[in-house]
Ligand binder design. Sequence first.
Ligand code: ADP
Length: 487
Amino acid sequence: MSLATTSDPVTEVPKKLFISGHWTSAGDGAEMAVDNPATGEKLCSVADAGPEDGQRAVDAAVAAQPGWGATAPRERSDILRRAYELILSRVDELAMLMTLEMGKPLDAARGEVSYAAEFFRWFSEEAVRIGGDYALLPSGRSRQLILRQPVGPCLLITPWNFPLAMGTRKIGPAVAAGCTMVLKPAPQTPLCSLALAAVLAEAGLPDGVLNVITTSRAGGVVEPLLRGGHIRKLSFTGSTAVGRILLAQSADAVLRTSLELGGNAPLLVFPDADLDVAVEGAFAAKMRNMGEACTAANRLFVHDDIYDEFAGRLSDRLAALTVGPGTEPGTEVGPLIDDVGRRKVRDLVQDAVDQGADVLTGGTLPDGPGFFYPPTVLSGVTPGSKILHTEVFGPVAPLIRFHDEQAVLRAANSTEFGLVGYVFTQDLRRALRVSEALEVGMVGLNTGVVSDPAAPFGGVKQSGLGREGGRVGIDEFLETKYIATPA
Ligand code: ADP
């Protein structure tokens, strides 16, 4: 397959399961529809794997593990580097595929394709830096050798909001570490993962190292694989509710687990903030991916002294955005993923309004096809409103007034989530004090963007376990072995 030579990437992308280097139908012949959220219409069908297909994929990963784990680090590094370059040579085709199945505007999709490719570049550089240790023990009687080995076959489960980058963020370190894997993408966005499998095969990844199963029957397919004793690791990105289920299912076989779960990010604007920076930061933290990101600012706490000005400027900024199909030039905000997602956002806004919030902009559903929701700013959101306790996953900014630093920190931390927080202040001591006090894995200090392949991404509390990216990202796919020998 060559995505480079086609003007219709949906036609060209393989629509089957990818197992042991072969494109195969589901054993029972089942298929599932992939829809375009901008129209609500069907784009195409892909294979819909059942439990036996899942097992076939795991068998392939298990069979490939010994050979793959023994490859030279440079060989694994070179494959990732080639895949990085192949992705960059196909930015437009992959971006179009992403926009059609997921909805984000083409410019944003191009941005994600580059971001996704960067994980391969980063981990191609990490593959050849897996170290070890050698030391004389304190007694002087024995030596220790410490080595790092691949954890073994992995199950990677990804969400629909970043269809390519969530895959490369897991596949990159797994390949670098020498693990084989089964990737199960979200049923809404299987096409980017299938295209990615084709790219990796072209880059020289041996058969069976990456297997991809697309399925609408996630629960029934995944559970026996987690409990079956052949997979050694689960890496999951998705909701906290599903993460809890998978963590429980992973207990039987005592699997290594990395979980990137939900967020409820607080964003704090102090009176000494540079307001231009704060408005732009809040805009980025809220509107990236139409708000469909676990890092999205979910609760915007703004100090009384600057509240009205900040609220007015943010509303003007959001009201000026162009909403439309992601394929249309000039579109800045695409549709939400599906009707379920849109109804959830609509109900959260309605509940906040019922409980006393004012709508500064947006808040009404447009007519016509597709799952569009307008950029919305809510002012004076009251503490009991559901929107402050639920991951919104939509372009809605709930504003809350505050006066006191300690009180706002208590409010910011009063959630079971702990992924990211955003702080806007020009006072260095306050910046550090507040950053340290926030119960989160990441802080955006005078910025609304924290994601980077070179940074350790992850949360505390019920936002997850482990980190992806950065120097530590590869550790999640490695075991440490210690060998003792007499001196
Ligand atoms: P979202 O609400 O954003 O769709 P989910 O947590 O439901 O997030 O989905 C994230 C990923 O987890 C998707 O690939 C989805 O198919 C998968 N998933 C959902 N439920 C289960 C389950 N019971 N077992 C395994 N995977 C699941």
